[in-house]
Design a protein around this ligand. Structure first.
Ligand code: OSB
Ligand code: MG
Length: 369
């Protein structure tokens, strides 16, 4: 396989509702899509960076430059034995895994389409016909609003609720959610808003039988998480700090977590995501698929990923309509009344791009030749 063209497109999509984490509030996404072409077939990837370098070091602008100047030139026109060749070709780039993953995931999709098989099969998934879904609910202007949102998502069938926490919006908020919804599967994600000095405060969360607390400490830390985990009943789930299978192995060894959130972009694509999955599985650590407010392409890739066997917990992959008035794929991603997404059976990621809509929201386009 040889990539004849690699096209980068930046699109703008307003969110249906703002999304607030401990590090920022987002109203509108600025997303880069990667299209790769070989022998008349095309594959698509989505770069999952945020609009600011606050979740990790990447953002839309850095990803554009890394892709244009370092990733695409390295891969374009080369003879590839397969999609598995892509990640090693860009492994000399330090960090910038979301930018690298945007192209890597596109090539997996392309290869699956060329073979006429679904992406989930191509990556070795297919352990389930439907994936279990939860929702991630951002910080709201009031607890009443949060309770209302939770009520709405539960009525839609979602299997677990994740709320975002930060200092000043944590123990009291979780207490009120628990009082109102005593039996739901509930968890909290801090996006690195605390330090070990907050251990006593975080221990109060043990009262609310949360499924897990996600990434309370440093975005680049494993050691302090291990120390905190030893002081908590509630399992920790690591997100930001697991960028490679090696990190996963180190977290396991140090007992830094009981659960791992796998995000395709954060680890640089399908090849590394599978390795993280395998390390966790061998250690008896369940994983689930995280999200980065993806448009349809990234959402569809997440669905394929979540069919690997160890994705046994409900993830953050949910219906398109929670984010977008109109998604860039057809049909939009929908959930069943049981809070699951049925796995599509078409070739590649299994949805069709809405190219007309895409043209209208594209603000920048460049083909690497
Ligand atoms: O930490 O999981 C996170 C969104 C942006 C950045 C980081 C995170 C999130 C989410 C949203 O929690 C998940 C989603 O619904 O896509
Ligand atoms: Mg997280």
């Amino acid at each position: 396989m040889r990539l004849e063209h690699i096209t980068l497109r930046q699109i703008r999509m307003p969110l249906v509702h703002f999304f607030e984490t401990s590090f920022s509030r987002t109203y509108e996404r600025r997303i880069i899509l990667v299209e790769v072409e070989s022998q008349g077939a095309t594959g698509w990837g989505e770069v999952t960076v945020g609009e600011n370098p606050f979740y990790n070091e990447e953002w839309t602008e850095s990803a554009w430059l890394i892709l244009r100047d370092f990733v695409a030139p390295r891969v374009k026109g080369r003879d590839l034995a397969g999609a598995a060749d892509v990640a090693p070709l860009t492994a000399h780039i330090r960090g910038h895994r979301m930018a690298r993953g945007g192209l890597e995931t596109a090539v997996w999709d392309l290869e699956a389409r060329m073979a006429g098989i679904p992406l989930w099969r191509h990556i070795g998934g297919g352990a389930r016909r439907e994936i279990p879904c939860g929702v991630s609910i951002g910080i709201q202007d009031s607890v009443e609003q949060l309770l209302e949102k939770i009520e709405h998502e539960l009525a839609d069938g979602y299997q677990r609720i994740k709320i975002k926490i930060k200092p000043g919006w944590d123990v009291d908020v979780v207490r009120r959610v628990r009082e109102r919804f005593p039996t739901i599967k509930l968890m909290a994600d801090a996006n690195s808003a605390y330090t070990l000095a907050d251990a006593a405060h975080l221990r109060k969360l043990d009262d609310f039988y949360l499924m897990m607390i996600e990434q309370p400490l440093g975005h680049d830390d494993i050691i302090d998480h291990a120390e905190l985990q030893a002081q908590l009943q509630t399992p920790l789930c690591l997100d930001e700090c697991i960028r490679t299978a090696r990190h996963a192995a180190q977290a396991v060894k140090m007992r830094a977590c009981g659960i791992i959130n796998i995000k395709l972009g954060r680890v640089g694509g399908f090849a590394e995501a599978r390795r993280v999955h395998d390390v966790a599985q061998a250690a008896g650590i369940p994983v689930w698929c995280g999200g980065m407010l993806e448009a349809g392409v990234g959402r569809a890739h997440n669905i394929a990923l979540a069919t690997l066997p160890n994705f046994v917990l409900p993830g953050d992959v949910s219906a398109s309509k929670r984010y977008w008035k109109r998604d860039i794929i057809q049909p939009a991603v929908e959930t069943t009344a049981q809070g699951t997404i049925a796995i599509p059976d078409g070739p590649g990621f299994g949805y069709t791009l809405d190219r007309e809509y895409l043209r209208g929201i594209t603000i920048r386009e460049e083909t690497v030749s």
